[in-house]
Design a protein around this ligand. Structure first.
Ligand code: FES
Length: 64
């Protein structure tokens, strides 16, 4: 399932990247080489990133 249609970013890909890359959704998208376009997915992506970092006991970005 995709979280970002514009960039074809899957939820699993976003979760993996959230553990490797610090920063918000925009930073993670950039780390994947796919910066945000329409931005409609950003809020949902931020929720998924936060959820993943809490589950992995990683620091949660404060820019949410
Ligand atoms: S759906 Fe993610 S930038 Fe458009």
């Amino acid at each position: 399932m995709y979280v970002c249609i514009c960039n074809a970013i899957r939820i699993t890909e976003l979760r993996d990247a959230a553990q490797r890359c610090h920063g918000d959704a925009e930073a993670i998208y950039a780390s994947l080489g796919r910066p945000p376009q329409c931005r409609q997915c950003i809020e949902e992506a931020e929720d998924i990133i936060e959820e993943e970092r809490i589950a992995a006991k990683l620091p949660v970005a404060l820019s949410h």
